[in-house]
Design a protein. Structure first.
Length: 523
């Protein structure tokens, strides 16, 4: 790729930016850079994403086409649903029964085959293997997760081995996180990504899953396919927006964007409308979202949740504190990608398969055990999913955005995307503005509550609806999400921003000697 044609990228960790810079320095495009960043994140952020998680992405091609990539793994063919129902009315929060087939590797391979440059993905996986072998530096965020989940880590030999130093103590910020077994797996995947599903890696992982008590088998791994799908679209805030279809909760985003962009409203009125719409969308998602394969979903109820106005979503039996990473990239050709991958909750299922060093996600905890529910647990079915990438385009601007934030992702996007649609907006300023999130146990409350960062809710909006209190946080909070955004203007100007609530930054360009520009500081 000639000078001046490198992609711009936003990601939540410096190592991801370094990996993207190397990919761009080798001549890679926006998708190559995003995949390099994504591979590095599975090494440095095992509490948030791993080879054992899922991936959903949207890609905008230079000809204006947008495609959705859903690499969401299914439940085991031999899952014992009656036994789970006999044990509880809800799915367990973590453990072997919550592990569905990991989709991230198949998603990487599909994106690379469709949009990458030859050899870019193998090179990125070898870079990630080197990072795992040499030892990534433990970040402040990972260290906090290790401290907060000490009991969970101690309960699993695989996680204990992964997150302990040679002296047996838990790793701390600044320590080297050595992952030699993961490095070996990444090297094998660089030679053949399909090995994760139908090769040596699959064989080792299947044996390990059985030892951990999971019903997943080698046949379940072999059956997985990353799937291309038509995204959902909506016109709002002067742009056309694309969101991921079911089983992604992106299905409810169009209604929220329409409310957020409503004209001729005062700010208190807009806040009241959007928060009420978020409440309705949350109820619709929890009642109507599921895997569209093999059943008809109530798409009208998801896309226009007004008939459920005032309905409260069911309370989860645990606090689903999601952990996710978003990577966004765009290059001057008009190729743009919003890629999100995740283990769902912190350290996923709470299990690390010891022979591969792979942390396993707990996406299966999102299934319902209620007979007839659209998200009912059934063999070979994909769970309802929180990952919610987005692409927007007008006559003068193209943008890709994605965020961490669990069930609140559509709410966070609805509050930020209309402002980002203005070509002269400063994305750094927009991402730094105060936000709010509406939830219950997912944001630390027993009842439906609006948690507001300071001045995010007008003082004249004391309540979003009867019985929904407003609690003002003392300062910006991680619960308001970590947003990553990149933009390409009609005049060729590229810009990007990484949420100040996270530890990431942006890659502006990759010079001949790769280096990374992080929020104005070259490192």
């Amino acid at each position: 790729m000639s000078p001046g044609h490198e992609p711009v990228l936003a990601a939540p960790h410096p190592s991801a930016l370094d990996a993207a810079a190397r990919a761009a320095g080798r001549g890679g495009n926006a998708v190559d850079a995003a995949l390099a960043a994504a591979a590095a994140l599975t090494v440095v952020y095992p509490h948030q994403c791993s080879l054992g998680g899922d991936l959903i992405a949207l890609v905008h091609t230079p000809d204006g086409t947008v495609r959705a990539m859903l690499s969401v793994g299914a439940a085991a063919q031999h899952v014992d649903v009656p036994a789970l129902r006999a044990a509880d009315t809800r799915m367990p929060a973590q453990g072997p029964q919550t592990v569905t087939v990991p989709g991230v590797v198949a998603g990487w391979a599909a994106l690379a085959a469709a949009f990458g440059t030859p050899g870019a993905l193998p090179a990125a996986l070898r870079d990630a293997a080197d990072l795992a072998r040499q030892g990534a530096t433990v970040s402040a965020g990972l260290a906090r997760a290790v401290r907060a989940n000490a009991r969970r880590i101690a309960a699993d030999p695989g996680l204990s081995a992964l997150l302990s130093g040679s002296d047996g103590r838990a790793v701390e910020e600044g320590d080297a996180l050595l992952q030699p077994r993961l490095a070996t797996v990444l090297d094998e995947l660089a030679d053949d990504p399909a090995s994760f599903y139908q090769g040596a890696v699959a064989g080792t992982l299947a044996v390990g899953l059985r030892r951990l008590g999971s019903p997943l088998t080698a046949a379940d791994l072999a059956a997985h396919r990353a799937r291309w799908a038509e995204p959902l679209t909506v016109e709002a805030a002067g742009m056309r927006w694309w969101a991921a279809p079911p089983p992604s909760q992106g299905t409810v985003l169009p209604a929220l964007l329409t409310a957020a962009a409503a004209a001729d409203l005062t700010e208190p009125e807009r806040t009241r409308l959007l928060t009420a719409r978020c409440q309705d969308a949350s109820a619709a998602r929890d009642r109507l979202l599921g895997d569209p394969c093999g059943q008809l979903l109530d798409m009208q109820g998801l896309l226009d949740p007004a008939p459920l106005a005032g309905a409260l979503p069911p309370k989860p039996s645990f606090r689903p504190s999601g952990d996710t990473v978003a990577v966004t990239a765009v290059d001057p050709s008009g190729l743009a990608v919003s890629l999100i991958q995740s283990v769902y909750q912190t350290f996923g299922s709470g299990l690390c398969e010891p022979d591969t060093g792979i942390v396993l996600h707990n996406r299966g905890s999102a299934f319902s055990l209620v007979a007839g529910h659209p998200g009912e647990l059934r063999p070979g079915v994909r769970p309802p999913h929180t990952l919610c990438p987005v692409i927007g385009r007008s006559d003068v601007l193209l943008l890709a955005a994605g965020c961490q934030g669990g069930r609140a992702q559509p709410q966070i996007l609805a509050q930020t995307l209309p402002a980002l649609a203005a070509p002269d907006a400063d994305p750094v300023d927009v991402l730094g503005r105060p936000r709010w999130v509406l939830g219950a146990r997912d944001i630390g409350f027993e009842e439906q509550t609006l948690l507001a960062e300071p001045v995010s809710v007008p003082a004249s909006t004391p309540s979003v609806s009867p019985g929904v209190p407003v609690v003002v946080a003392e300062a910006p909070t991680d619960l308001a999400g970590h947003l990553q955004v990149v933009r390409l203007a009609r005049d060729g100007r590229l810009d990007a921003a990484s949420d100040p609530r996270a530890d990431g930054g942006v890659l502006h360009r990759a010079p001949a000697t790769p280096r990374t520009t992080v929020e104005g500081t070259t490192v």
